[in-house]
Each structure stands twice: as C-alpha cells, then as structure tokens.
Write a protein that binds this ligand. Structure first.
Ligand code: ATP
Ligand code: MG
Length: 525
C-alpha cells in the first residue's frame, strides 16, 4: 500500500547520516530523526492511542512538529494540526469537534490552551514541547518521550485508504471545515509535487509555510522522501528568513504572497546582496503580476505559482513554463506565472460553465474550477451534507472561478463569494487589487463588493499605505481609472494600517465586506 511511513524509511536507508533537520542551532540526521519518531510512537501507544484516534498538534515549524507526523502515522493514528493563530475558543471547537485524544503544544502557545483545558471533552493528555518539567497540567515532551525506547516500532497494519490527517480549512470564508485526507491522497500528491518542483537530495528547504496549513502543502513528506535537508523556522519574519537563506544555503522555499512581499521589501533594503543559492520560490493565493517580475529580477529566484485547497491535498495547478513556450519574451513568462497554471500530474482540472461544459480556451468565459484526482479528500469530517455538495459525480467543486487562456493556463479570477457583480458584469476583486500593487506607496490592497442602489454591487478598495505615505481616495480612484475599464474601478476607498488575515496570510475579505452589508447578505450565484 501507499503509506507515508515509507518516505522516512527511504530517507533512513539511503540518507541515514546526512544532516536532515536543522532546528535552531541543532542538526539531526535522518537516523536520529527516526529514533525520535520511534520514541514518540512508543509513547503514544503507552498513552493508549490506537489506530484511527486523532492526535492534535499546536506548534510552529519545529523538529517536534515534523516528527509528530511520522510518530503518529506509525500507529495509524490521525494527525490534527492546529493553526497557531486561532483563539482559545477556536481550539476548543476544533479539539472537541475532532474528538482528539491527545494534544501536543509548543511551550510558547500553551497559554492559548490553558483557559479551555477544563472544557476539553476527549483530550486526556497534554504534552508540551520545550517545557523544562512536567506539571500537574501537562507532561514535558523531552522528559516524557525520553523514557521510551528508540528502537524500531511494531507498526499497525494500514490500508492506503486509511485517514492520516484531519486538516481544518483556513476559515477564510467561514467556520473551518475538517478535511479527511488518506495516506493515498498525500502519497500521490507528494509524488506529483516533488516532480513539478524538481525536488532532490541536493535541496535545502527552509520551512517557511506553516506545517499546520495542510501539512505545509505536503512538504514534510516529499522533502523527507528525497533525503533533502530541512531547516525549521519558528516565525516567518523576513530578516530571519534572509539570515537562514544565507547561513544554510537554502535552495527552495514555499510561502504565502504576503510573506514573500515582506521578504522583497527587506531584501531591497538589505543590499549589498547576501550570498545565497535559492533556486526557486513557490507561492499560492494569486500573487499580483508586479511580484512575479520583482522576484525573478530583483531576487533572481525562479518563481512558481501553485493553486490548491485543503480538500485536494492541496495542490492541483502549477504555473511552470512549458518547453514550447521557452522562447517567449520574459514579460509573457511573468504573465503566465501570475496565473495559477496548468494541471499537475495526477490531477484533472477543468473550468466549467453552469451546464458543466468546459469553457473555451480564449480567456473570456468565466467558470468554476473543478478537479478530479487522487488527492481529493475522503470527505469532510462529520459533515456528509457538505461532502456531497463539494464532490459531485467524482469532481471536487472548488468554489473558485477561473478563465483559461489560449495556452490552457488557468487563471483564478476570484472566489465565488468574492466576485463583485456590478450591473450584471462580473468583476474580479483580484484583478482590481493587482492594479493597486503597481502603486509604489501601496503595501496591500483588498477589493470587496459593497451594496449599490443602481448597480446592485460596486467595488470598494481598502488600501494599506506604506508607512508615512499620504494617499487620498480621489488619487486612488484616479490611479485605477487610468488602468482599468471604468465599471471595474472602485467607487470608494478606505485606508487601514493592517488587513485582517488568516494564519497562512490570506486576507479575510469576508470580515472587510461584512461591515458594509449589515442587514443583508451579499448574493452568491
Ligand atoms: P475556507 O475553506 O475555510 O474558507 P480557505 O478556502 O482559504 O478557507 P484553504 O483550503 O487553505 O482554505 O485555501 C484554499 C483556497 O485558497 C482556494 O480555494 C483558493 O480560493 C485560494 N487559493 C489557493 N491558491 C490560489 C492561487 N494560486 N490563486 C488564487 N487563489 C488561490
Ligand atoms: Mg475553502
């Protein structure tokens, strides 16, 4: 069967003595990692964790987080990674909803669990990473796991269709949903992703993307399988990122566009150039065109955009340049990479109209992105109704709207819920935001639909100006008018110091929009 445990086995056999994990100042080989994983599995069994039980993790990207995956999988238990920026109330909901039996928490995050621990209905043990000593409330991870043997663990019999992770969605559009992914889902997703990113044993990954976020797009799996070196990162701070890039000769990073934006800013202020070997950086969530050229020209890093969702393991599109387009001018490459891309191996992705037919490859017709693949989830945990609504005739309906250009590249126009419908015309909030990113004094922009008497809806822009910049509403509207069709231009603009975001750095437009729709609902087609 296709089981994720195979990936670590391979690394131990072929790369056993290689520096595998760099955690702050300590380096561990794959053999050492494996011993720690075995101790954890023995410990979990001693706690009474059985096949199928959920075990939750609340941790930034640390060695302990990474070993958690493999330690849990050896028992056939299910990893439930928790987003580290939620509130205690959110944790209470997810821990009880997932019926998790044990909870591992980083010491810096324990204060988020403290206020709710009496209300946890299924968690019987709390284990704290980096806690010096055990208390009456929790066990110290090192003390506890240190008492178990590090030799081979007698694994549970598993089938590839067994669930390995229960991942809660980002909650960009509402309450997070629990997505059940199987070993087969993640295994085949890992094969596809490592191929498209050309991952090899020569790579050094800096773990920028949080592993709690759909397992960092599967990065704990395919970097391990290939025997790459993995550098942990607690905080996605641009100065720390650039230091580690230089110190560990990082070759590859995955990150949210917001983090990439911050790195670009920091890097430009840090010239003369740092010594570095980064070959590629990967981002999701529709980075604006202006980013792509800055990454490739200012930083000299190859840029790949990917598209996916928790429900599809997650990635299904990648914006790489195919060989028959290599001769195109650079500007055309940037335009391609500002789109989500083409289907990755193992995924069928289509943009379909209301009749379910594929839209023409001419960039004009907007349809919903649907996908059918080995990565599509088993279903939503305890929500059969939502599962049936999402997966119809074997196709996952993503809720994202796209168009396809004449080369077959899919561009995500918007989420169904974020699209602005003004006087019957569809306006992509992403397109309008992209215009503002061309303005040198704009750091971030979000465009949302607000109610309009005549047009039904009209675009409203929320702008974060660069520190100290004096921008006005009229100036911003004028800026858009010079670059966009009139009906797409925001009719009003407001300014904020910061935009509300999810832990993975996505702008929560629903929060920005709601204040304008007090007593009514924005219509979703
Ligand atoms: P929730 O489902 O709880 O509202 P979410 O959809 O943000 O949250 P995720 O599964 O983490 O949760 O994110 C998947 C979504 O992110 C996609 O459905 C899509 O809207 C957006 N996304 C991902 N990659 C891209 C991309 N390259 N371009 C545009 N949007 C993207
Ligand atoms: Mg979603």
């Amino acid at each position: 069967p296709l089981l994720l445990t195979e990936f670590l086995d391979r690394a131990v056999r072929l790369y056993g003595d290689k520096p595998a994990i760099i955690n702050e100042d300590d380096t561990y080989t794959y053999k050492e990692l494996n011993k720690r994983v075995n101790r954890l599995s023995h410990g979990l069994r001693a706690l009474g964790i059985q096949k199928g039980d959920r075990v939750a993790y609340l941790a930034p990207n640390t060695l302990e987080m990474l070993e958690g995956f493999y330690g849990i999988y050896q028992l056939g238990a299910v990893m439930v990674p928790l987003n580290i920026r939620l509130t205690p109330e959110d944790y209470l909901y997810i821990l009880n909803h997932s019926e998790s039996k044990a909870l591992f928490v980083d010491t810096e995050l324990f204060h988020l669990i403290e206020p709710i621990k009496e209300k946890l209905t299924t968690v019987t043990d709390i284990i704290v990473h980096y806690a010096e000593e055990s208390t009456d409330q929790y066990r110290s991870y090192d003390n506890w796991s240190g008492s178990f043997p590090e030799d081979a663990f007698d694994r549970e019999e598993l089938s590839e269709d067994d669930v390995c992770s229960l991942l809660y969605t980002s909650g960009t559009t509402g309450k997070p949903k629990g997505v059940m992914l199987t070993h087969r889902n993640n295994y085949l997703h890992a094969l596809s992703t490592m191929h498209h990113l050309r991952v090899s044993d020569r790579d050094t990954l800096l773990h920028v993307l949080p592993m709690f976020h759909v397992n960092g797009w599967g990065s704990p799996f395919y970097y391990t399988a290939n025997g790459a070196t993995q550098v942990m990162l607690r905080k996605a701070d641009p100065a720390i990122i650039l230091d580690k890039v230089e110190k560990h000769r990082v070759s590859i990073m995955h990150m949210a566009p917001t983090v990439l934006n911050a790195v670009l800013d920091k890097y430009n202020s840090k010239k003369p150039e740092i010594e570095q070997d980064v070959r590629v950086v990967i981002a999701g969530s529709a980075p604006p065109l202006a980013f792509v050229s800055r990454v490739e020209e200012d930083l000299g890093w190859e840029f790949i955009q990917v598209y996916g969702m928790t429900e599809s393991s997650p990635l299904s599109l990648a914006s790489y340049i195919r060989s028959h387009h290599l001769d195109e001018p650079k500007e055309e490459h940037y335009r391609t990479k500002a789109k989500a891309g083409v289907e990755m191996i193992g995924n069928e992705v289509r943009v379909v109209n209301d009749e379910g037919e594929e839209v023409a490859w001419d960039g004009t017709e907007i349809g919903e992105v649907v996908t059918r693949s080995n990565g599509v989830m088993k279903g939503y945990w305890k929500n059969e109704e939502a599962t049936q609504a999402a997966i119809r005739n074997g196709w996952l309906h993503t809720g994202d709207m796209g168009v396809v250009d004449h080369k077959g590249n899919i561009e995500i126009v918007d989420r169904k819920k974020d699209i602005i419908i003004s006087g019957g015309e569809n306006i992509s909030s992403i397109e309008v935001e992209g215009i503002f990113y061309e303005h040198p004094e704009v750091i971030e922009a979000a465009v949302v639909a607000i109610p309009h008497e005549k047009w039904g809806e009209t675009p409203h822009a929320i702008i974060v100006p660069r520190n100290g910049a004096e921008l006005t509403e009229t100036e911003m509207i004028q800026f858009a008018r010079e670059r966009l069709a009139h009906y797409k231009c925001p009719t009003s603009v407001s300014f904020l110091e910061e935009l509300p975001k999810t832990a993975s750095g996505k702008i929560q437009k629903v929060h920005l929009r709601n204040q304008f729709w007090e007593n009514r609902e924005k219509k979703v087609n």
